[in-house]
Design a protein around this ligand. Sequence first.
Ligand code: ADP
Ligand code: MG
Ligand code: MG
Length: 204
Amino acid sequence: MTILTVAQTKQWMEEINKRMKEHKEQLTELDQAIGDGDHGINMARGFSEVINKIADTEYDTVADVLKSAAMTLTAKVGGASGPLYGTAFLKMSMALQNKDVNQQNFQAAMEAALEGIKMRGKAEFGEKTMYDVWYQVTAFLKSEKVEDWQEMMEVCQATLEDTREMVATKGRASYLNERSIGHIDPGSMSSFYIFEALVAVLEV
Ligand code: ADP
Ligand code: MG
Ligand code: MG
């Protein structure tokens, strides 16, 4: 059964864009605490560029929409998060090439995205980055609860809360070392919005 169509993938990007705009200040504040304070700006700009790009383009496949989003994020976002999200969506797109997006293929695409972030950021689980959230969501999708979207969001929420007590060992926040403790990772927060947006589309 198809779980994600071309129209829904475009909608997913729109729902992400909406959330990044809405939470721009929050993402910036999180990044002010342990980074350089541009994560809200990066995300809001990046996804509004994605919308500009995909809104008036006709796409035949989900993979093509994701590829467009990936290229735009990599090209238009200055910070680390641009190429990281760009790689995630590009790997997802490659995994879905010539495939219907059913549960199994989507799960494989998420695994590919996760590998992409790992490769690009050299991140491991527990380093206080967006990788933590993608890791747990991918693990959840592999479990038998697979379509309990509410529970998936609870996993997301718990994971981003967990980043608060972690010491950052990748990205700008790692410059702060132990002083990064006590703050939620900005990229984990934006990843939460990416999955919240997906659930908003899938639940309709
Ligand atoms: P920058 O740090 O370049 O200003 P952003 O502020 O837009 O970029 O994004 C910061 C977020 O990117 C972090 O909160 C973290 O989640 C993620 N990040 C940074 N470096 C890495 C990395 N090496 N691996 C995985 N994620 C990373
Ligand atoms: Mg930053
Ligand atoms: Mg920056």
